[in-house]
Design a protein around this ligand. Structure first.
Ligand SMILES: Nc1nc2c([nH]c(=O)n2[C@H]2C[C@H](O)[C@@H](COP(=O)(O)OP(=O)(O)OP(=O)(O)O)O2)c(=O)[nH]1
Ligand SMILES: [Mg+2]
Length: 132
């Protein structure tokens, strides 16, 4: 049987100085539970990737995005499912980022991001972020 294919849109939330990003920890029971992530989720039917990331960041980290820039697209096959991602830089937002669904969240220096535990798919995103 073919693996489940999903389209995920996620936001790399930058602080004003653009030297830190806000990351959240996935729920223990979720796919890739315990790993840190850029908040986001599935793009719904009739939604663009931009609309999805704005919606997800409101739901998951309580911010209203006012500045968004496409950063990169990638595909990654996990044994359980095959994913297509769009990652966006969030360059402006209203509100305070926090783990709105009770999940841990933290601001991390981009220079120290490799020490956070991200899922495999994120490796190329972290590499590109450091080169900015
Ligand atoms: N949001 C997000 N997901 C990631 C990242 N890296 C990574 O491998 N993933 C994977 C984990 C999941 O398999 C998938 C996200 O799908 P999900 O099903 O958890 O999405 P969700 O619950 O947040 O979406 P939704 O049901 O709220 O729409 O993408 C990342 O940086 N951010
Ligand atoms: Mg999510």
């Amino acid at each position: 049987m073919d693996k489940k294919q999903l389209w995920i849109s996620a936001g790399i939330i930058l602080n004003a100085q653009q030297n830190q990003v806000f990351i959240t920890q996935r729920a223990a029971k979720a796919h890739k539970g315990g790993f840190w992530e850029f908040a986001g989720g599935k793009v719904e039917r009739n939604e663009t990737a931009e609309q999805a990331v704005v919606r997800e960041l409101h739901e998951e980290v309580g911010i209203d995005v006012t500045g968004l820039e496409h950063f990169m697209s990638l595909s990654h096959d996990y044994p359980e499912k095959s994913l297509k991602f769009d990652f966006f830089l969030v360059t402006n937002f209203e509100g305070e980022a926090f783990g709105k669904e009770g999940q841990p969240g933290k601001w991390v220096d981009i220079a120290a991001l490799e020490h956070a535990d991200f899922p495999e798919a994120n490796a190329v995103v972290l590499d590109k972020l450091k080169l900015r």
